[in-house]
Design a protein around this ligand. Structure first.
Ligand code: GDP
Length: 444
């Protein structure tokens, strides 16, 4: 899997620091050396690595870190933060025009996955309520037009093409008129690719850009090509100007360097990642989630770490044990929620609560989430002691009583019970993973 090598090395390195009561400057230096090697081996751009190490080192050897109660964790947190920064921190979304149709122009080298990605993106956008039109503008390879038509057919999404006798600019222009007349609010233009960047291709893409004024130019790059992918991205961006990247084939055997360096080198964010050959295998890119995957720190773990930093070390260890052994109850949940409340801005903390994060992660309304938390709390408080200890006894009539007692609905109670079960399953899975020895969760 992607990042496997890098993950293993980084986790190995950080494990040495976890739970260390004292960390010296020498420890930090040694750790930085190891991280540097791991990143270079993962094919991260050399300059990016250098800057990264300099930043982390500077922050990590600060007195407030070394003299803190949990220096090992502080250093790990710094590595985590800086990696997220490197990849763009926030999720970068595509933008839509207030006057539809919105136009996305897909560009990239041949073989990068451009045509497949155009289809995947149309599919994803349709799920979000758009009515997309795919446009075949690669007039040099009849096979390319055919390929897009096949993809469109599979998805049941119309493909606009005018064969190969008109210029790509004319086809693109005509497609937008066509879209407007057919109520398509999104046009996704698949342009021609070449094996290498050449002037002719760039001129053509510039012409299309100037005549249709796309709202998003998305560059598709193949993550398997490592540093080459980053160089390609840089050239495209300098010559054409792009709004974001789509990194394909992250499901493959790539070492991950491209995902880590693209943003730093080009200044342009990764917006989506291709995770497989199926037309459903495209995901929005979240820097923080990617980093927690790389560092093998589940969200829950960082929650515990935070709780521990802010509160009581003993309690955190206890809690962690409960989670691993499936003895985690609603009472524990409630206690954690109350701690969470004190932990800082909800927007940050919410990201870490299993089962509750999906909405928050899409950057929607924190006030609403704040209310959700309050309702969750009310529901748990309406449970009897017995119910909190063993949620399996909460049958239909108990659910009704709890809903009435908390001023919520049975539906909401059901939802909470369900996400609580999911959370427990996740803990179980994590503890099983731990048993099998592979991704050790580490001690605190
Ligand atoms: P184009 O020449 O840039 O239009 O590239 P294609 O869309 O034809 O894709 C080239 C090959 O890469 C095809 O075999 C795709 O199935 C494959 N591909 C594209 N994206 C992904 C991905 O995210 N994961 C995997 N495993 N394969 C992909």
């Amino acid at each position: 899997a992607v990042f496997e090598g890098l993950s293993e090395k980084l986790q190995e390195t950080m494990k040495k620091l976890r739970g260390k009561g004292r960390v010296t400057e020498k420890d930090v230096k040694e750790m930085m050396r190891e991280i540097k090697l791991a990143l270079l081996e993962a094919d991260v751009n050399f300059k990016v690595v250098k800057d990264f190490i300099a930043k982390v080192s500077e922050r990590a050897v600060g007195q407030d870190v070394l003299e803190s109660l949990t220096p090992g964790q502080q250093v790990i947190k710094i590595v985590n933060d800086e990696l997220i920064d490197l990849m763009g921190r926030e999720q970068s979304k595509v933008s839509f025009s207030s006057r539809p149709p919105t136009v996305f122009m897909m560009v990239g080298l041949q073989g990068s996955g451009k045509t497949t990605t155009s289809g995947k993106l149309a599919n994803l956008m349709r799920k979000q309520g758009k009515n997309p039109l795919l446009v075949a503008c690669d007039v040099y390879r009849p096979a390319a037009i055919k390929q897009l038509q096949v993809v469109g057919n599979q998805l049941g999404i119309p493909v606009f093409s005018m064969g190969d006798s008109l210029s790509p600019v004319d086809i693109a222009k005509a497609s937008i008129e066509h879209a407007a007349s057919k109520q398509h609010d999104l046009v996704i233009i698949d342009t021609a690719g070449r094996l290498h960047i050449d002037e002719g291709l760039m001129d053509e893409l510039l012409n299309i850009k100037n005549s249709v004024k796309p709202h998003e130019i998305l560059l598709v790059v193949d993550s398997m090509t490592g540093q080459d992918a980053v160089n390609v991205a840089d050239s495209f961006n300098k010559k054409l100007g792009v709004d974001g990247m789509v990194l394909t084939k992250l499901d493959g055997d790539t070492r991950g360097g491209a995902a880590i360096s693209t943003k730093a080198v080009t200044g342009k964010p990764i917006k989506f990642v291709g995770m497989g050959e199926k037309l459903s295998d495209l995901e929005p890119f979240f820097p923080d989630r990617m980093v927690s995957r790389i560092l093998g720190m589940g969200d829950v773990l960082s929650l515990i770490e935070k709780a521990q930093d802010a509160f009581d070390e003993k309690k955190a260890i206890e809690m962690e044990k409960k989670m691993r052994t499936m003895q985690f109850t609603f009472d524990d949940f409630l206690e954690q929620m109350q701690q969470v409340k004190k932990m800082g801005p909800l927007s940050q903390v919410l990201n870490m609560i299993p089962g509750m994060n999906a909405k928050a992660l899409q950057g929607v309304d924190i006030d609403g989430e704040e209310k959700n938390l309050a309702r969750t709390e009310a529901i748990i408080k309406s449970m009897t002691r017995q119910e909190r200890n063993d949620s399996s006894i909460i049958n239909g009539s108990r659910r009704k009583r709890i809903a009435a007692g908390s001023g919520t609905s049975v539906q909401e109670v059901n939802k909470l019970l369900k996400s609580f079960e999911e959370m427990k399953k996740m803990f179980k899975m994590m503890s099983d993973m731990n048993k099998h020895g592979k991704k050790k969760l580490g001690k605190f």
